[in-house]
Design a protein around this ligand. Structure first.
Ligand code: HT7
Ligand code: ZN
Length: 868
């Protein structure tokens, strides 16, 4: 398995000016004819330079160069490369390949999902369809003719515009598509199936009418409305906020059940995991509705950030992904609540990306090397990448940021470029120096920032002393100081903003620096990193009273939530120390209970934010604070804290639950979702008390639920209780929903994350359930993924049964779908942070995985880095 390095990047030796594809789809194979116009890149190649294309899992049927049939000896076909040894400066090449979509379990290239043929070409799937320079800097115009049986596959789709359709002999038919825009091969798509569509239109800012179509299986036709609304919202928002208009006359989305990721932004023909399209309030939760809105928008925004302006090479992945995540986060903030969206994103970043950044897979936002590109669709590239864009927009200010974006599109439309091109353009448009800021792209690891206050009440001088460090890792042993934007405000003792010239944006650029505020004669509290202005770990000298004050009074809603988190973390830490010393836990600190009580009052005015503030960090988020993770201790003290709070607020919680009960299931407005989230959070608190009366109460909520949000929330709470209602509810739920795969995924997940203290037995048993299958990625994620990543007690069972179970799944899955298999391996990445027993068991499983016969490149890369 070879490693590819950014420093080795060279331009392609041959350009492909156009490609005409013809697909003949049959039940047991597909024939792919590709006719290319090829031109030598004279900047780096000459007449001696062989033409080398990528190819994988292909049977080559024929090769014709300039109308001359070549025999096998005249071209090379080995080690996933197709070679022509000597070629003219320009020529045509026709290659016919035979592939087996029905046997393609990796879901990369052309494959079948149920009765539908579909493609997934990002990152390197096009080479599994035909021989081609499968790299994003080769941009080509595509035409595509599809022929197939008309009855089985009435719908034939590809990128761009439909040119012609017609009937053929033997019950077959064809469709001819042409995409006027040049694109890299990873954006090619084809779909053929028995699908129905819902249609709508969108009028653009220049009055062009765009046809919008969402294709699904016939039984799901009534579940596409929300996705269509989201698409139209996204199209309008991109015009308003970024001046970006859609460019083709047709925008198509297809939902498939078997998909490795969330969705794919193929030009004019997005292919989606059905999870991010289908929704009705009976079958989808509010979180699902939000997820659909975000992913539909994300893929739409790629049309400009990714498709029109694309990547020079895969090391630049964050150029499109970080930027597009930033754009979808801004969209969601504008459509719903900015504070709530920010909190959700930061929780994800802290739990997932910070942990990635401190483990064996740590890499910069712009990686320097990779073995398997699919392993680099990471939270660092996506979510830290989005944070980097957010910091640029903060440093430049929104107006100059917009000017920078306009210039970026103007300069690079139709080109394949780099993150450096992006940053340089931002500098050019704004005049701001981002020299040191570039480290955010090249240096891995999460910076730690410490803030210590000194306040001289006599002189009225408040000094905030900042220091920053980033721990060394394999990428860079010594880290340089970063340019860290710190958004700061000051609050007086009544919670009013103090107007001081030094409030606002502070640029921390050196290892230590101080910010001095004059004329602050009275006690005040600084509120720093407002809105989480930089993706760093923050340490402060706040007292518990300061945190409780910020939690109640900060004018920055994100920092109110963050203060609550810090308060919970401190309490957990205090309790954890007691458990480790085997001391009795006593009770929950009165100041924490008082702060919670106050927050419950505040939840009346903003329920969505209230629900976030009242949510305890989960066990993974807590574990992230410790170098050595005490699995049982964390579980125990978190339960203790939750129950302590529940006891205290039970009566008030009941009142709020009743108050929020009236919202109709069909109402998916943000206000209605907020009510449901607060209500269900409080039901979970009550349920944590686990008395028979509480069990009856939650069971009643389960039986009364008229939306999936309420139903799954009650089921989740019940499944963590000891009551017999648990079994009845799970069975009832299964029987009600057994025909709906997306709901049955939820049924598996609920059980996968519950009862960790009972060991891994239930999950092992569920993997033998007739509805469990390794063939469907959503199902694998819902059981094995949820267990591995969201059930620390179960996965880390001291006897090692959790590890063995997951390793068995990884090994089995690696033979069929390496991408999904490799994702699971990262559950073992932090093995060195556990006790000796767990360390040795996890290490043993990693070794077992890597010694199987021929592990895939995907799995090999993650395991070998974890073991290193
Ligand atoms: N750009 C898309 C990435 C993607 C993908 C990557 C590897 C393997 C399968 C995949 N499916 C989709 C999705 C996105 O970020 O929008
Ligand atoms: Zn994306």
């Amino acid at each position: 398995h070879t490693i590819k390095y950014l420093k080795d990047y060279r331009q392609p030796e041959y350009w492909i000016d156009s490609i005409d594809l013809q697909f003949d789809l049959h039940e047991d194979h597909a024939l792919v004819k590709s006719l290319m116009k090829i031109r030598r890149n004279n900047e780096i190649a000459d007449a001696q330079t062989p033409l080398v294309f990528d190819c994988e899992a292909l049977e080559i049927v024929s090769v014709i160069a300039e109308d001359m049939i070549l025999c096998p000896g005249e071209y090379g076909h080995e080690n996933n490369k197709f070679t022509l040894f000597k070629v003219p400066e320009t020529f045509t090449l026709e290659i016919t390949t035979r592939i087996k979509p029905q046997d393609n379990t990796a879901l990369s290239g052309l494959y079948r999902s149920g009765g539908t043929f579909c493609t997934q070409c990002e990152a390197e799937g096009f080479r599994r369809i035909t021989c081609f320079p499968d790299r994003p800097d080769v941009m080509t115009t595509y035409s595509c003719i599809i022929t197939a049986d008309k009855e089985k596959y009435p719908v034939l789709l590809s990128n761009g515009n439909l040119i012609e359709t017609g009937d053929l002999d033997h019950g077959r038919h064809y469709a001819h598509w042409k995409d006027p825009f040049k694109k890299p091969s990873y954006l090619f798509a084809l779909v053929a199936g028995n699908l129905v569509c819902i249609e709508d239109t969108f009028k653009t800012c220049s009055n062009r009418l765009i046809d919008l179509r969402i294709y699904v299986e016939p039984e799901n036709k009534d579940k596409c409305g929300h996705a269509m609304t989201a698409l139209k919202q996204a199209m309008a928002w991109d015009e308003e906020k970024f001046g970006r208009e859609y460019d083709l006359d047709l925008y198509q989305i297809v939902a498939v059940n078997d998909f490795n990721m969330g969705a794919m932004e193929n030009k004019g023909l997005n292919v989606f995991n059905s999870k991010y399209v289908l929704a009705s309030t009976e079958t989808a939760t509010d979180i699902d509705f939000m997820g659909i809105q975000g992913v539909i928008a994300h893929e739409y925004f790629h049309n400009w950030t990714g498709n029109r302006v694309t990547l020079k090479n895969w090391f630049q992945l964050s150029l499109k992904e970080g930027l597009t995540v930033f754009r979808d986060q801004e969209f969601t903030s504008d459509m719903n609540s900015r504070a709530v969206k920010r909190i959700a994103d930061v929780r994800k970043l802290r739990a997932g990306q910070f942990s990635e950044d401190s483990g064996p897979m740590a890499h910069p936002v712009r990686p320097e090397s990779y073995m398997e590109m699919n392993n680099f669709y990471t939270m660092t590239v996506y979510d830290k990448g989005a944070e980097v864009i957010r910091m640029i927009s903060l440093i430049l200010g929104s107006e100059r940021f917009r000017q920078g974006m306009d210039l970026y599109f103007e300069k690079f439309d139709g080109m394949a470029v780099t993150t450096e091109d992006f940053v340089a353009t931002m500098e050019e448009a704004s005049g701001v120096d981002l020299g040191q800021f570039r480290l955010w792209y090249s240096q891995s690891g999460t910076p730690r920032v410490k803030m210590v206050q000194t306040h001289d009440l006599q002189t009225g001088t408040l000094t905030l002393n900042f220091s920053q460090t980033t721990p060394g890792d394999k990428n860079q042993k010594e880290k340089s100081a970063m340019h860290i934007p710190v958004q700061i405000g000051l609050l007086d003792k009544d919670g009013n903003e103090i107007n001081n010239p030094n409030c606002g944006l502070f640029h921390l650029k050196t290892k230590t620096d101080s910010l001095v505020f004059e004329n602050v004669p009275e006690k005040c509290i600084p509120s720093i990193f407002r809105g989480f202005s930089a993706p760093v770990k923050i340490e402060t000298d706040y007292s518990d009273t300061d945190l409780a004050f910020l939690m109640a009074r900060d004018t920055d809603p994100f920092n109110r939530w963050d203060a609550a988190q810090q308060l919970y973390f401190r309490e957990i830490d205090r309790l954890l120390e007691k458990t480790q010393k085997k001391e009795p836990l006593g009770g929950v600190s009165p100041h924490v209970l008082a702060a919670f009580d106050l927050a419950l009052d505040g939840a009346h005015t903003d329920r969505a934010l209230g629900a976030k503030i009242l949510t305890l960090p989960d066990e993974n988020e807590i574990g992230e604070n410790y170098e050595n993770i005490d699995v049982e201790g964390i579980h125990r003290v978190r339960c203790f804290l939750k129950q302590g709070i529940a006891q205290q607020v039970r009566e008030r919680a009941m009142a709020i639950i009743n108050e929020c009960a009236s919202v109709p299931a069909s109402d998916i407005s943000f206000a209605a979702m907020a009510k449901r989230s607060l209500k269900n959070l409080l039901i979970a608190y009550v349920g944590s008390l686990d008395t028979p009366a509480d069990a009856d109460f939650v069971f009643e909520k389960f039986n009364q639920a008229d939306s999936m949000t309420d139903e799954i929330a009650a089921l989740t709470t019940l499944s963590q209780m000891t009551t017999d209602h648990r079994t009845v509810a799970l069975e009832r739920f299964y029987n009600k929903w057994k025909k709906d795969p997306l709901v049955i995924d939820k049924w598996f997940s609920v059980q996968a994350v519950a009862r960790g203290d009972h060991g891994a037995g239930e999950v092992v048993k569920l993997s033998g359930h007739p509805d469990f299958s390794l063939k469907n990625p959503n199902r694998v994620r819902s059981l094995v993924g949820a267990f591995t990543f969201q059930n620390p007690m179960g996965f880390h069972t001291p006897g090692g049964e959790g590890y063995t179970f997951v390793a068995d799944q990884i090994i089995a899955l690696d033979r069929s779908n390496p991408q999904i298999s490799a994702r699971l391996v990262s559950g073992f990445n932090h093995w060195k942070r556990y006790d000796k027993n767990r360390q040795s068991r996890m290490q043993q499983e990693l070794k077992r995985i890597i010694t199987i016969q021929k592990p895939s490149r995907d799995v090999y890369e993650i395991v070998s880095k974890a073991l290193d």
